[in-house]
Design a protein around this ligand. Structure first.
Ligand code: TPP
Ligand code: MG
Length: 607
């Protein structure tokens, strides 16, 4: 996050046409100067004539340029990079088709509130007959992005500043259109100070008190933290509050890993929730969403909310409150600040305090925990209620430790010898891959297997570009992740359909020398559609394919590769991990596909 205000020089006014010529810069240089001074140091893109100059100007100022092979890949790489660095991503594209090719990635970013700046060349305003002409602002708006377009050279600096500021401080995806005639002009450069963060908004005292009251009165509170909690860095504050009121901790898929290591971590709520996690969330009497939209995925269409449960939601965006499920208590405020204030309202540690990980001794079965020492289960805000066991007990902690992970849930291995059960595959990979990893997942029937069976070390260990539910983004999101976090091993988990859709970026992985593991869960089909429509007896010819030699394709691109049909074939993964890792490893897994996955049925209910 940037940490101070952007202050154009002089009287605080941005550069204008007609300012002293001695400081004039070509617009392409000025735009690059503004962006790099604001901290942009990595740019993803595909270069054409329209963005050639500005991209080179960025490189000349020290930015790393990552050439993608498709603009959709470039946008997704920048999106993933932004998610893992916490800084605005930057993409550079040619006018017209360069931008339209990037639109799916831009849509994903916009729906995920990723701070992203798309530098898009555009035709001159007067070029009304240009074949490249499209309505850029309308296009951006249609997918939830915001467009900026300097109308003359004198506005180039202002528009760049505005675009970057909106992306960074409002977590928005912006398209900065650079008309060719404007690019050809010159402007002056003001001095630019660092960017001021948007002040975090604290919840009102009344709202804090209401939430504290609700938590004090709850016997089985569950927190579900989402992307907003993740970007606010709210883990410590949420855990402290949860310790005070005895809450269990879960996340949306977008924040998977946030509470990793806590004995009260239920992992992901929603379609990916393990049976124990789902049971405990369903039995909650109070569910609090923290920076979490509480959408149909996270709550299984509301089925994870028990009939008697109260729902509360905390978000810094008031329009998010109650957007997906009715909430009894909506609190507008920064997640971390609000959690801190509520914890304070619940009182400081007292003799009754139960610190994190510690619980009262004695066997207290789930669902029958005592309500704590507050008479009637209610404590007015400001009164001490710290150390209430709430939902926590020694017995429950042991159950969570033994059963909450999917890999500890017994299943019948359906591997055939010719094809491997995707659960067996995923558990085998989980055993082999280093803990310090990032798992980037594409969309499809297969997607739950890596999401549920591959553990991640923290929230930065999971890159989930699924807000738009597009297939084909997984490989590019893995590339952006690997560039953002070279200290970790990135694992791309793809279906055969998504892998082949995004395959052009395999060249990017190889060219950049990224030591990545790419796992393709291959069922020779668009399995999601097969399993959705198959039971109705519909013809499935449109969604089934003959076998594709994906391992061989990988080798053609320069990957090391292995085809996995049995668990023992995973030895090749161990060998690669123990070796120099000088080429990416493509694991082509021929997986069983007898039936659809349980989360998929859930997903199709939303169609
Ligand atoms: C861009 C795009 N096109 C089509 C779809 C519809 N769709 C959803 S899942 C899926 C199948 C994906 O196949 P694959 O990657 O092999 O995964 P599988 O479902 O077989 O596990 C398709 C076509 C989509 N979500 N996104
Ligand atoms: Mg498939």
């Amino acid at each position: 996050m940037p940490d101070a205000e952007v202050v154009p020089a002089g009287q605080g006014t941005p550069a204008r046409e007609g300012t002293p010529p001695e400081t004039a810069l070509p617009v392409t240089e000025a735009v690059a100067e503004v962006l790099t001074r604001l901290g942009a140091d990595t740019v993803f893109g595909v270069v054409g004539s329209g963005n050639f100059k500005v991209t080179n100007a960025l490189i000349a100022r020290g930015a790393r340029y990552v050439a993608a092979r498709h603009e959709g890949g470039a946008a997704v790489m920048a999106d993933a990079w932004a998610r893992l660095t916490g800084r605005p991503g930057l993409v550079s594209v040619h006018q017209g088709p360069g931008l339209t090719n990037a639109m799916t990635g831009i849509t994903e970013a916009a729906k995920s509130r990723t701070p992203l700046v798309v530098l898009a060349a555009d035709v001159a305003s007067a070029a009304v007959r240009s074949n490249f002409r499209i309505d850029v602002p309308a296009l951006a708006k249609a997918v939830g992005a915001t467009a900026f377009r300097p109308r003359s050279a004198g506005f180039a600096v202002d528009e760049t500043l505005r675009a970057y500021r909106v992306a960074a401080t409002e977590r928005r995806t912006v398209v900065l259109a650079l008309p060719l005639d404007v690019q050809a002009g010159a402007c002056t450069m003001p001095s630019i100070g660092p960017l001021a963060p948007r002040p975090a908004a604290a919840a009102s005292a009344a709202a804090v008190g209401s939430l504290a009251d609700a938590l004090a009165g709850s016997k089985r509170p569950v927190f579900i933290a989402g992307r907003g909690a993740r970007v606010a860095g709210a883990r410590a504050d949420l855990e402290r509050l949860a310790d005070r009121c005895g809450a269990l901790l879960a996340t949306s898929a977008a924040a998977k890993g946030l509470f990793r290591g806590s004995p009260w971590d239920l992992d992901v709520s929603g379609g990916f929730a393990s049976p124990l996690a789902a049971e405990l969330i369903r039995e909650a009497d109070l569910v609090v969403g923290w920076g979490c939209s509480l959408n149909m995925w996270t709550l299984r269409h509301g089925n994870l909310i028990g009939p008697e449960a109260t729902v509360a939601q905390v978000d810094d965006d008031p329009s998010a409150l109650g957007g997906h499920v009715p909430v009894a208590l909506g609190v507008t405020g920064d997640v971390a600040l609000t959690a801190r204030a509520v914890a304070d309202a619940l009182g400081e540690a007292s003799s009754g305090e139960v610190p994190s990980g510690e619980v009262p001794s004695g066997e207290v079965p789930s669902g029958e925990v005592p309500s704590g020492e507050v008479p009637g289960g209610k404590a007015p805000s400001g009164k001490t209620a710290s150390g209430r066991p709430g939902y926590r007990s020694a017995a429950l902690r042991d159950r969570i430790a033994a059963q909450v992970r999917w890999r500890d849930v017994p299943f019948e291995d359906e591997s055939t010898g010719d094809r491997i059960d995707p659960r067996t595959l995923s558990i085998g990979l989980d055993d082999l891959l280093p803990a310090e990893r990032i798992v980037a997942v594409d969309s499809g029937n297969f997607m739950g297997y890596p999401s549920m069976y591959l553990s991640v070390p923290d929230a930065d260990g999971f890159c989930f570009t699924q807000a738009y539910q597009s297939i084909g983004l997984g490989l590019a999101s893995a590339i952006g992740s690997a560039i953002a976090r070279p200290d970790r091993l990135t694992v791309a988990a793809l279906g055969d359909g998504g892998a082949l859709m995004g395959i052009s970026e395999l060249e990017t992985v190889v060219r950049l020398g990224l030591p990545m593991v790419i796992v393709v869960y291959d069922d020779d089909a668009y399995g999601a559609e097969v399993h959705h429509f198959g039971p109705d007896g519909d013809p499935l010819d449109t969604v089934r394919f003959p076998p594709v030699k994906i391992a061989r394709i990988g080798r053609g691109f320069g990957c090391q590769s292995v085809t996995v049909r049995r668990r023992r074939d995973l030895r090749a993964v161990k060998e690669w991990l123990d070796g120099p890792r000088d080429a990416p490893l493509l694991v082509h897994a021929k997986v069983t596909s007898e039936h659809g996955s349980w989360w998929l049925e859930e997903a199709f209910r939303g169609h």
